[in-house]
Design a binder for this molecule. Structure first.
Ligand SMILES: Cc1ncc(COP(=O)(O)O)c(C=O)c1O
Length: 575
């Protein structure tokens, strides 16, 4: 085992951006100002968006007027500031002591109320077509002002969950319906298994190269959802300002501005990160590879989820590791009782899990389960490689925190990326390596040395000046709306016994069909019809889940998507 990276063990010693003596450093003041500026820019941009929408005659017809005993709607343009910047930065915020990871960016009342209503819709308590509480009723019963209710309803409209009906009120959208049942929990396997999925995974991945297919098998959201033109401007600006010595200097440590921005985002989530822990990598994939390589030797046992992200299985295969598959509940995440039992019985050397928006199920552990998971790995001193590639793709307004938040012993290697939320193809990710950071940094220097320095600088510039949080809000709203559209189509076209997940984020759905359906055959049949899908067996070390399918709703919904779902339904009927 490596030397502990935290000399004190126990409570984390803070050596980074936020001092614990309550005084504001120039660094923090600058960060705070940057945040305020960003919030202001967001507001201005929202104003511009509104004016553009009005000019197109697309301003939403949503004036809500209270009228005697009934709430009625009439045209009132949605105010542009309805969804203000998420990361506001009151100066007192930076004076909090984060050592125990308890502080979070404050959540607005309207955001909390919107999340509560969204949950009622998700759980089916508020059914499609049903009217949500009137503004007056909600204001009275929740003890909030009518304008807070309006703001919450505007937000829910943006998220595709409700719609305003003129002179009538707000209603749950048809596409928000949960008609399909949740998939069942995966059965438990007893033994560690060798992994051999690469052949199958590569043949599936090859099929995704064809840009003519309907990309339901895709591993990335649509490039149309990303600010690529704005990023290109950041890239040009970064290159212009880069001296020869900058290029070389930043190759080993990583771009200094990018490092600061990543540390800042951890801090704003209430998780101060000692900058020494941070290693910039070629996407999350390199971070995850390095993590596993650092923690294991060939032949070792690694606990993974079942089903799991296929690339994690390929890494195990490449490093000649054996998989101990831990079942995952489709909504609540990994089965901790099975994990506890496996850790007690087997010499497991590392765990590789996604605690949030697990790929392919979309399951997320709640805070208590994350705490319990951390207690388990700490008890057995087994490192956790935490894949958090979808961290920014949550639909609710509160950013969830990873298991890393509890890491007072440096055991978690937390891996993140910009690939899924900002800059696909730039290949910039990172890891927060805990007690393994130094070793991981050296491993990286011995393999790829560094991700592209200009790509890092471009992302750093975008994070500082590009309106990242505004982009993220739009991306999340688009994905949530598209999820509803795909689920609505599935409930119309797929066989009645179909089960489907309904994750609170990300861009994939997991479908479970009756056992008679062979998803590998379905994959080939669909491809002949110009539709790509990801069949269940590529997510399993032992090629299970033959009757399951992962479909991506990461691309804007079109009549072609609708027709493809109908065609898939017809193919499914043939089994
Ligand atoms: C769950 C998960 N983790 C990690 C990655 C790899 O991310 P990156 O593109 O940053 O290497 C992916 C990409 O498909 C993913 O889906």
């Amino acid at each position: 085992m490596d030397e502990p990276f935290y000399p004190g063990g126990g409570v984390r010693e803070y050596r980074g951006l936020i001092p614990t003596d309550g005084k504001e450093s120039p660094h923090e003041r600058q960060a705070c100002l940057q945040q305020k500026l960003r919030a202001k820019l967001d507001e201005l941009q929202a104003e511009v968006d509104k004016l553009k929408a009005r000019a197109r005659g697309a301003a939403v017809d949503t004036r809500i007027e209270r009228e005697q005993d009934t709430d009625r709607l009439e045209a009132k343009p949605k105010p542009s500031a309805a969804v203000p910047a998420m990361m506001e930065c009151p100066s007192s915020f930076f004076h909090q002591d984060y050592r125990f990871g308890s502080a979070r960016p404050p959540m607005k009342r309207y955001e909390r109320f919107a999340d509560e209503i969204a949950e009622l819709i998700r759980d089916g308590v508020l059914a499609p077509g049903e009217r949500v509480p009137s503004v007056r009723q909600a204001s009275r019963e929740y003890g909030i002002s009518p304008s807070t209710v309006f703001q919450a309803y505007y937000l829910l409209e943006d998220r595709g969950l409700i719609l305003a009906k003129s002179r009538s009120g707000y209603y749950v959208r048809e596409q928000a319906r949960r008609v399909l049942h949740e998939p069942r929990m995966t059965p438990r396997r007893q033994e560690a298994a060798d992994v051999a999925v690469s052949e199958l995974a590569f043949s599936v991945l090859d099929s995704l190269q064809d840009t003519e297919t309907v990309p339901f098998g895709s591993a990335f959201p649509s490039p149309d959802l990303f600010p690529l033109a704005r990023l290109a401007r950041s890239m040009a600006k970064a290159l212009r300002g880069m001296s020869g010595s900058d290029v070389l200097k930043d190759m080993t440590a990583g771009d200094a501005d990018l490092r600061r921005q990543i540390v800042l985002r951890y801090t704003l989530k209430g998780m101060p990160l000692p900058p020494k822990e941070l290693v910039i990598t070629n996407g999350a994939m390199e971070a995850l590879n390095l993590g596993l390589q650092c923690a294991t030797s060939p032949g070792d046992l690694v606990a993974i989820e079942s089903p799991a992200f296929y690339a994690s299985l390929q890494v195990l295969e490449r490093l000649k590791l054996k998989a101990v598959e831990i079942p995952v509940h489709p909504r609540e995440g990994i089965d901790l009782a099975v994990l506890a039992d496996s850790l007690a019985r087997l010499p497991i050397k590392a765990c590789w899990f996604m605690s949030h928006l697990q790929n392919p199920l979309g399951a997320s552990l709640d805070q208590e389960k994350k705490r319990a998971l951390y207690a388990l790995i700490k008890r057995y001193q087994v490192p956790l490689i935490e894949d958090d590639a979808y961290a920014e793709l949550h639909f609710g307004t509160t950013p969830p925190r990873p298991v890393k938040q509890f890491d007072d012993d440096g055991l978690v290697i937390h891996c993140g990326s910009f690939s899924k939320c900002l800059a696909p193809g730039y290949r910039v990710g990172w890891l927060a390596g805990g007690r393994y950071a130094e070793r991981l940094s050296r491993l990286k220097l011995m393999t790829t040395i560094s991700p592209s320095v200009p790509a890092q600088a471009a992302i750093a510039d975008y994070l500082q000046h590009g309106g990242y949080d505004r982009h993220l809000r739009r991306l999340r709203h688009a994905l949530e709306t598209q999820q509803g559209q795909m689920l609505a189509a599935a409930s119309r076209f797929f066989p009645a016994e179909t089960r489907a997940t309904r994750p609170a984020g990300g861009y994939v759905l997991w479908f479970e069909f009756p056992e008679r359906v062979d998803s590998l055959r379905l994959f080939r049949m669909a491809l002949e019809q110009g539709i790509s899908v990801a069949p269940g067996p590529i997510f399993s070390a032992t090629q299970g889940f033959r009757h399951c399918l992962r479909l991506s709703y990461g691309h804007p919904w079109t009549p072609r998507s609708e027709a493809a779902m109908e065609r898939l339904g017809e193919l499914l009927d043939a089994f």
